[in-house]
Design a protein around this ligand. Structure first.
Ligand SMILES: *[C@@H]1O[C@H](CO)[C@@H](O)[C@H](O)[C@H]1NC(C)=O
Ligand SMILES: *[C@@H]1O[C@H](CO)[C@@H](O)[C@H](O)[C@H]1NC(C)=O
Ligand SMILES: [Ca+2]
Length: 420
């Protein structure tokens, strides 16, 4: 948590470049495992955003909003196929040059872009990230109403992260400037009218900090609810309503052409999610972004124990405990085991070995199979070979001696005393 707060401060929404070195590696100088995490990055950088609407196919005119009604406006062409005049979605996540901004732009109100029609901008991160903030820099006025959504995994439902609206109650049926009480639902998306003014006409920012105002943020390590809240594989911005001066009601095309959405940068600050068990994410052979898991963990997000490391349940690493996965103890007689919750409750060790070799058996391959005994000298498990006719049971004692029926003798109960 400390780390997230520091990252937030170091990486406030004004910072164009937001790079922090990776935390210490996954083991200390003595080789003891410790929590580690990938560096803080802008996860959106150079990732293509899908926009459900973009201007310029076919080429169309738009006019720059001056903020005054009835003033001659300067107009330009948006042409999706012209490298100098396009405003494609790639411009949302390219290098954000303050002096020479590039921006994505929608069609205008003349083409029907206004409530209740909406536009979605969807960013697929390709992997789970722990998100610290989502920041948008608008090239036009900020919208009157828009929502940031996220998904915790591909295929999961979209859940709202934050509503921004000058009409929270009317548009989203959310209380304006609501807040979360201690003990309340910490995964509730709030609504605010703080960033919904018509001004500034260009360059306005909106930054959503995932943990701000959430009471358990100070106990993040022990809050599964917030750990889930900051987890996202995809981010979506839904633009619902444009800000206007009210002059659009006159239906003057020039006026309608001056209302459209335009965003110069979408940044998503966070870390590749590895649950404290990796210090970097890499591309696997399939080209997919995955954690480079340590601490005997496995999975895209280091979210399970590696095979044979099932002695205790998987856990995420915390500041004071790496919670590394521990190997099963099979006395060298097996390389396969599973986590046995009952065994773990009873003994503190949940690794249950499978397919014990050399006639051994037991959760740790620690004893001989039934009807076998341990040879004293070499410690091997040998079959009892008790006579099925002469012995009371096929199980011999630890010297290989079988229990004989009355009138039978011999180590294996194979000597039948002749009747007198
Ligand atoms: C952006 O992504 C493209 C591939 O999609 C890659 O070729 C290019 O090197 C990337 N640019 C940066 C600056 O990472
Ligand atoms: C836009 O996003 C919203 C919220 O996830 C969804 O309900 C809607 O179907 C999306 N619209 C389009 C055109 O993808
Ligand atoms: Ca840009």
């Amino acid at each position: 948590m400390q780390d997230l707060i520091r990252a937030l401060v170091a990486c406030s929404w004004v910072a164009a470049l937001c790079v922090r070195g990776a935390m210490d590696e996954c083991a200390d100088e003595q080789g003891r495992p410790q929590r580690c995490m990938p560096e803080f990055v802008n996860a959106a950088f150079n990732v293509t955003v899908e926009a459900t609407n973009t201007c310029g196919s076919p080429p169309e005119e738009y006019c720059v909003q001056t903020g005054a009604t009835g003033v001659t406006k300067s107009c330009h062409i948006c042409d999706a196929r012209d490298p100098r005049n396009h405003h494609n979605a790639a411009y949302l996540t390219d290098y954000n040059n303050q002096q020479d901004a590039t921006w994505w732009q929608s069609q205008t109100m003349l083409a029907g872009i206004q409530y209740p029609n909406s536009i979605n901008l969807t960013l697929h991160l390709g992997k789970a990230f722990d998100i610290t903030y989502v920041r948008l820099k608008f090239h036009t006025s900020r919208p009157e109403s828009f929502v940031i959504y996220k998904r915790s995994s591909e295929g999961a439902p979209w859940v709202p992260y934050q509503y921004y609206s000058g009409s929270c109650e009317k548009t989203y049926r959310k209380q304006n400037r609501g807040f979360i009480r201690t003990g309340g639902d910490e995964q509730e998306a709030l609504c605010t009218d703080d960033f919904s003014d018509m001004s500034p006409l260009t360059g306005g920012n909106v930054a959503f900090s995932t943990l701000e105002g959430r009471p358990s943020a100070y106990n993040f390590d022990h809050s599964p609810v917030l750990q889930d809240w900051v987890t996202a594989t995809d981010i979506r911005v839904t633009l619902n309503r444009l800000n206007t001066l009210g002059d659009e009601v006159l239906n003057d095309p020039k006026v309608l052409k001056s209302y459209y959405y335009a965003i110069s940068d979408l940044a998503v600050g966070g870390r590749c999610k590895c649950n404290g068990h990796a210090s970097e994410c890499v591309r696997n052979s399939g080209g997919r972004l995955v954690c480079d898991c340590k601490h005997n963990t496995d999975g895209f997000d280091c979210d399970v124990c590696k095979p044979f490391y099932n002695d205790r349940p998987w856990r995420r690493a915390t500041a004071d405990n790496a919670n590394e996965c521990l190997p099963c103890d099979c006395n060298g007689k097996s390389s396969e085991c599973y986590f046995d919750a009952e065994l773990y409750r009873a003994t503190g060790h949940g690794g249950h070995c499978r397919n014990c070799a050399d006639n051994t058996d037991g959760p740790n391959c620690e004893r001989c199979l039934d009807n076998y005994y341990r040879e004293q000298s070499a410690g091997r498990c040998l079959p009892c070979f008790c006579s099925s006719i002469g012995s009371l049971s096929p199980q011999c004692d630890n010297r290989g001696v079988c229990p004989c029926k009355l009138g039978v003798t011999g180590e294996k109960c194979e000597d039948f005393l002749s009747p007198l």
